[in-house]
Design a protein around this ligand. Structure first.
Ligand SMILES: NC(=O)C1=CN([C@@H]2O[C@H](COP(=O)(O)OP(=O)(O)OC[C@H]3O[C@@H](n4cnc5c(N)ncnc54)[C@H](O)[C@@H]3O)[C@@H](O)[C@H]2O)[C@@H](O)CC1
Ligand SMILES: [K+]
Length: 310
């Protein structure tokens, strides 16, 4: 196993953060942040008759963007073993889908999935992983798996998390937190963590209250970033990378919730939004109006809609 960490103890989280290029234009770029209630409403809209999606479709797209984020930051040539920690809800499902892709991408995959979701979708996703010979890790093996892993995908809790983590999640989450990780690192090494939507244990709206929970190196926000991650993306601790994924939002939903999403590279499931600032609802509405005008203008002249002509 290999890691890009240096000596124990002195290694700060920032040093493990993947050294990707910050997008050149990020200085003037902004993102809209949403609260947990809005995230639920968007999810419901996508899954409604109007939205037309099924949950497994959304999960497949979300899971693919999770796997692509891990691959972009911690490629298997250097970070050969990934531990996927999957929770009891739909975020756990994203983790299962990501685990499948990561196995195909060339990682050795360990999966900790202590509380299976109730529907047959979760049973099928689990079966697919058994068929790929993914290593299933029990809760009493979690700390060993953490030591063995080169990178961790935190797919435990998403936008429906509330309160303080209950068992069987509490102890493993404690093992991932920074203080334990310091002790842990003194013993061996600390794998970097990629969190989906919100670092597990952080309040979705308020963030890392009391600063007691672990801080990941990378966050992948699905659909739109949640208020709780602002200390990571906007605060003085801006130490990690931030990506956006979950490419399933129609123009109608984007406008209804004033999301004003950034432009994804044409065929990509993720976009690097590190360094982007926060956009107000008014700015978002204005941006959407300008974009609509731009599309009308370019259509009039029979230009393509992918950007200004040189
Ligand atoms: N529209 C989107 O953006 C999509 C989001 N998806 C994923 O779905 C997630 C939301 O899924 P869910 O609404 O199922 O919820 P979560 O996956 O956030 O978790 C809900 C589960 O956690 C449990 N839980 C909540 N608080 C707890 C606590 N304090 N201790 C222990 N257990 C606790 C609940 O009982 C429930 O089983 C998102 O964060 C995202 O990862 C995708 O799967 C599909 C599309
Ligand atoms: K998470």
């Amino acid at each position: 196993m290999t890691s890009n960490t240096t000596d124990a103890g002195a290694t700060g989280i920032a040093q493990q953060t993947p050294a990707l290029q910050t997008p050149l234009s990020s200085a003037n770029q902004k993102l809209r942040y949403i609260d947990a209630e809005t995230a639920v409403k968007i999810d419901e809209q996508l899954l409604s008759e109007e939205g037309g999606f099924s949950i497994d479709q959304l999960m497949e797209l979300a899971g693919l963007s999770c796997a692509q984020t891990v691959f972009a930051c911690y490629p298997p040539s250097t970070f050969g073993t990934v531990l996927v920690a999957a929770g009891p809800g739909n975020q756990g499902g994203d983790g299962l889908v990501a685990a499948r892709h990561l196995s195909h991408f060339g990682y050795r995959v360990m999966l900790w999935y202590p509380k299976q979701g109730k529907t047959e979708l979760f049973a099928r996703l689990k079966k697919q992983l058994k068929n790929l010979n993914v290593d299933f890790v029990d809760t009493d093996e979690f700390v060993d798996a953490l030591e063995e892993a080169d990178v961790v995908l935190d797919a435990i809790f998403g936008f429906s998390f509330k309160g303080e983590p209950r068992e069987p999640f509490k102890e493993p989450l404690d093992a991932m937190n920074n203080e334990s990780r310091m002790e842990f690192e003194a013993r061996r090494k600390v794998p970097p963590i990629v969190s989906i939507d919100i670092p597990s244990g952080w309040s979705v709206d308020e963030g890392n209250q009391g600063g007691k929970k672990f801080t990941p190196q990378v966050i992948l926000s699905l659909t739109a970033p949640k208020h709780g991650i602002k200390s990571f993306t906007l605060g003085p601790e801006k130490i990690g990378r931030h990506f956006l994924g979950g490419r399933f939002v129609s123009d109608e939903i984007e406008e209804k919730f004033a999301l004003a999403l950034p432009v994804y590279p044409a065929d990509a499931q993720i976009v690097d939004v590190t360094g982007f600032g926060e956009m107000s609802p008014e700015e978002a509405k204005q941006k959407l109006e300008e974009e609509n005008l731009y599309i009308i203008y370019t259509n009039d002249f029979d230009y393509c809609n992918h950007g200004p002509l040189p």
